[in-house]
Design a protein around this ligand. Structure first.
Ligand code: LRH
Length: 441
């Protein structure tokens, strides 16, 4: 199961002739909707998709089910293990207020967790729930991040998975929950520790839950297989996640100033990366302009942009109108849909192009290429523009890095692979990659 912020799907994977193969069986659109003054996810819809995945898997020879999703969001349970309301979406505006209220603790939180300052972090959300209703902390006896919550509702097993836990800004640099960060949030520290993925969990129908890199970016990074030390990864979906894998967190004041984050990989290392709003901005422009052709075709029609904007601007969090926000920040309005395509694409690649230099300074490494996965890796227009903007060679694929990484870790958990190294090697053999070299000017 791979759940993104705009669609959820399940795929059936197998390991044949040294390669992991999979087919996406069902994909459904979904999204958060405003209910009771809050932006909420439709948990039942996603739970029913999981159940269909489990049934389909059991009928078609699967042994395990691994669930990954976007980061940070969660649900609460009462003392009897019943769900307390629908999970709130990270883009709910209440999280911006909590983000401001936590401002005095920023430096300390970064030193404790090494996690980027973002209004959507779980710590802001916990703080917001407590601010809305101080009694909620005593009725909510437990909380679980989305994939663990789904796993619990399907199998009864309670788990905290490490890669997701690392998105919360509540996990210490040592990989244990930080009691001090929880104290700042005004919530008790969970008793259950966060576990590295790669093991088997509860039972759903005829399948075992496999603990995978349940943060989608963790699965995506695993889905790149063996990454070179001179290679940046970039997974482009709703968000563009750009960074590299390092053995230990870098939580220096300079890393904090540049808002780099230290999330965990599936093998306990660190995904040192930045979140850039990716196709969230592009898709919303496309929707508001009623472009009338699919996004890839629209982007392929892009003309060279006269202006671009920095997508790291906080106004891109959840604006009423993306088109108006872009026009206001750019100081002009593109005149045609082709110009808008150039503006959207150019803004994304120009924002991304600033990051390799920051990464080199912070890590002391030299990067020569970018490995691109996710939906964006299928856009020839995007990959070409990225190679041009960064001057780095782009290695594009797999588009389904997340699914590949998820399935790979399931095979590790069930013993098909004896080690991480074996799994990464098999994943590397399984992906088709296209190369885009920058034109030397
Ligand atoms: C990308 C992602 C990202 C998070 C965001 C909420 O899907 O998981 O890593 O920070 O969603």
């Amino acid at each position: 199961m791979d759940l993104g912020a705009t669609s959820g799907r399940f795929a059936l994977g197998n390991y044949q002739e040294g390669r992991i193969k999979f087919e996406v069986v069902e994909q459904i659109p979904h999204g958060a909707t405003e209910r009771n003054g809050r932006l909420e996810w439709d948990l039942d819809l996603l739970l029913s998709l999981c159940r269909r995945a489990a049934d389909y898997g059991a009928a078609n020879g699967a042994q395990t089910l691994g669930i990954d999703s976007w980061g940070v969001d969660h649900g609460f349970l009462d003392a009897d293990g019943n769900l307390l309301g629908a999970p709130v979406c990270y883009r709910d505006l209440s999280h911006l207020d909590a983000f401001e209220a936590l401002r005095p603790h920023r430096e300390r939180l970064y030193a404790l967790t090494g996690i980027q300052h973002q209004p959507f972090n779980t710590i802001c959300q916990l703080y917001a729930r407590r601010a809305e209703d101080p009694m909620f902390v005593s009725s909510a006896k437990d909380w679980m991040i989305f994939p663990d919550l789904l796993g619990y509702l399907l199998s009864g097993e309670r788990n905290h998975e490490l890669t997701q836990a690392s998105t919360t800004q509540l996990l210490g640099l040592d990989g244990q929950w930080s009691a001090e960060a929880f104290e700042i949030a005004g919530w008790p520290t969970p008793e259950r520790v966060a576990h590295q993925p790669g093991s088997l969990g509860g039972q759903v129908g005829g399948l075992r839950i496999a603990h995978v890199g349940s943060h989608d970016t963790a699965s995506a990074v695993a889905g790149f297989g063996v990454l070179g030390a001179d290679q940046i990864f970039l997974n482009v979906g709703t968000w563009s996640l750009v960074g590299c894998v390092i053995p230990q967190p870098i939580a220096t004041p300079e890393a904090e100033r540049l808002n780099f984050t230290n999330e965990r990989t599936i093998d306990g290392q660190v995904r040192f990366l930045r979140n850039v709003p990716g196709f969230y901005v592009i898709n919303r422009i496309h929707e508001e302009l009623r472009v009338g052709k699919p996004v890839p075709e629209w982007l392929a029609s892009a003309t060279l942009p006269e202006e671009t904007v920095d997508l790291l601007h906080p106004d891109f969090f959840n604006p009423d109108s993306m088109v108006e926000t872009c026009a206001a920040l750019a100081g002009r309005r593109p005149r045609s849909i082709e110009e808008w395509a150039g503006f959207a694409l150019g803004s994304l690649t120009a924002t991304l192009a600033k990051l390799p230099g920051d990464l080199e300074r912070l890590t002391g490494r030299k990067f020569n290429s970018i490995r691109v996965g996710g939906g964006g890796s299928q856009s020839v227009a995007f990959c070409g523009a990225l190679a041009q903007a960064t001057g780095l060679t782009v290695h594009a694929g797999p588009a389904e890095a997340t699914v590949l990484g998820n399935v790979g870790v399931q095979f590790l958990a069930s013993g098909v692979f004896g080690s991480h190294a074996e799994m990464f090697a098999a994943i590397s053999r399984s992906a088709d990659v296209s190369v885009y070299a920058p034109n030397r000017r």
